[in-house]
Design a protein around this ligand. Structure first.
Ligand SMILES: [Zn+2]
Length: 527
């Protein structure tokens, strides 16, 4: 048995390699074994997963300690610490090492990709399973539909490509092979990766920065279409008729994302795919998808103390009840037309009201809030009671420029109503910052791989959402990524530079690429 008390911890300022330790969750333990004659370094990821990575004989502890410590770091981080790094020799100590957020996330994704079930028969296995999934992920991550085509050119001309150096792929498979291999894959295979992204955000403080309403996190749920065509379709497509004899095929999913008012980032969580169910209308399908999502994932997110946001389709009793059953809270849009019982109940009641005047430039704007607590959600005896409120934004001329109403189980008072309205309005972010980005800002790359017969379109949508989640994590937690984003000012400029540079040059690492983008390093020369 090796004893591992923790007498000393290296502070995270010693070297760049140390600076992302907690995010990556790596711990290094040096332990002296008094019976044997060795000093061993362990990496520890989680409580149970320990493995020795470097050791040296006890006799040479004083002279060789620093060398073996540096070797341990190099092995674990893939980056050799600066040679001036001095780790003082103590027999019992532990320190944490930071691996860069992006490298850590991609290594994690590679692990999930590598564990995909291999259904191939016979000897046609010159590609690793991970190569197929990474080949589909990389164009999403780089926002570049032509990424693989460029990398094939580089591979032919230079004998190397960014697929290998940046994504750790062993070969670049053809598009039709990617399609064939990913079509039978269950998209849920990639869902555990969401927890890894959240862990990075949690440890970097990014998640806490999104908390509101006294420490809650907002999780917006929203249905969205992610494929629509009058030609391409699969057995899982939903369809509708357009005009006289035209059929349109489409796929929808329920997206969940952590959002926050006044915060310009969203973190997508696991999606729930909506497959056609005969006899159910759109509202029914989406409401069922919400309940399936809650049943599958809500327990996992209970520790975030979430408030679920949703549109008017969700402000019905079964969905509200499903959220409450998970010990969570809801804040849903509630349109007057679809909730006659609430409208009837509040007729004739004088509502509580709060007016706030806000100056925006030269203009004065008035926010008017009205609320009523303990309102039955529907007209029958089994109705649950909810708290209802409305917000109106009124311009200088007295015209109402925005109006919306919501229901929630959280207490609505003079002190909370404005914050609740801001949180409820944060729901639009899932559309603006998740789906508009997914649809219009370069993530829509389905044409590369086609649609598939089984799950391909769902697998691609999932990898697309994961690419988006990794971008958000890097925006908040990766030092080199943040520096490059800062230099290139806009998101568009950043991805343009990323696409262009990787089309013509092979970069040995992400660090190298991002430093080049931040103008801190010249681009690599030749092969
Ligand atoms: Zn389809």
């Amino acid at each position: 048995m090796l004893a591992a008390p923790f007498a000393h911890r290296l502070q995270p300022i010693i070297h760049g390699a140390f600076t992302t330790a907690q995010q990556a969750g790596y711990e290094f333990t040096a332990a002296a074994n008094t019976n044997a004659i060795t000093l061993v370094f362990f990496t520890r990821k989680g409580a149970s997963d320990t493995k020795p990575i470097a050791s040296l004989p006890r006799g040479s502890v004083q002279s060789g300690f620093n060398e073996v410590a540096i070797r341990a770091l190099s092995l674990a981080c893939g980056v050799r610490p600066h040679r001036s790094l001095q780790i003082r020799a103590r027999l019992n100590f532990r320190f944490k090492v930071r691996v860069r957020t992006l490298d850590h996330l991609l290594a994690t994704l590679r692990r999930y990709c590598g564990a995909l079930p291999d259904l191939r028969q016979g000897k046609n296995t010159s590609y690793a399973m991970a190569d197929f999934a990474l080949a589909a992920f990389a164009p999403f991550f780089l926002q570049s539909p032509s990424f693989l085509a460029h990398q094939r050119h580089l591979q032919t001309g230079r004998g190397r490509s960014n697929c290998e150096t940046l994504f750790g792929m062993s070969k670049i498979p053809g598009d039709s092979q990617v399609r064939a291999m990913l079509d039978p894959v269950d998209p849920a295979h990639f869902y555990p990766m969401v927890a890894d992204v959240l862990a990075v955000l949690q440890e970097s403080g990014g998640l806490d920065a999104m908390r509101c309403l006294d420490g809650h996190l907002l999780i917006a749920l929203d249905g969205s279409q992610y494929h629509c065509s009058d030609k391409i379709h699969c057995p899982n497509c939903s369809h509708r008729t357009r005009g006289k004899d035209k059929t349109e095929y489409f796929h929808t999913l329920l997206c969940a994302a952590v959002v926050a008012p006044g915060h310009n980032r969203a973190v997508p969580l696991q999606p729930e795919f909506i497959v056609p169910q005969d006899g159910h209308d759109k509202q029914d399908c989406e409401s069922r998808a919400v309940r399936r999502w809650l049943a599958a994932h809500a327990a996992q997110y209970a520790r975030l103390d979430p408030v679920y946001l949703g549109d008017d389709l969700m402000s019905r009793q079964p969905t509200c009840q499903a959220v409450l059953d998970e010990g969570a809270h809801f804040l849903f849009v509630c349109k007057p037309d679809s909730h006659p019982a609430i409208e009837e109940f509040r007729t004739g009641i004088v509502l509580d009201e709060l007016l706030q005047r806000v100056r925006r430039g030269k203009q004065w704007t008035t926010y008017r809030y009205q609320w009523l607590c303990d309102v039955p959600l529907r007209g029958d005896a089994k109705a649950i009671n909810v708290n209802w409120f409305t917000i109106e934004i009124i311009n200088q001329d007295g015209a109402v420029t925005y109006r919306n109403s919501f229901i929630t189980d959280l207490p609505v008072t003079r002190d909370t109503v404005a914050a609740l309205a801001a949180a409820g309005r944060a729901r639009w972010k899932i559309e603006n910052e998740t789906f508009n980005v997914l649809k219009t800002k370069g993530y829509n790359l389905e044409h590369n791989f086609g649609h598939g017969r089984q799950n391909l379109s769902a697998v691609l949508a999932t990898l697309n959402l994961l690419a988006f989640a990794c971008h958000t994590a890097c925006d908040l937690a990766d030092r080199a990524w943040k520096a490059a984003r800062r230099e290139l000012v806009t998101r568009q400029g950043f991805f343009h530079a990323l696409r262009t540079l990787t089309s013509y040059l092979v970069f040995p690492s992400w660090e190298n690429l991002l430093e080049t983008m931040a103008f801190n390093r010249p681009p690599p020369l030749g092969p």
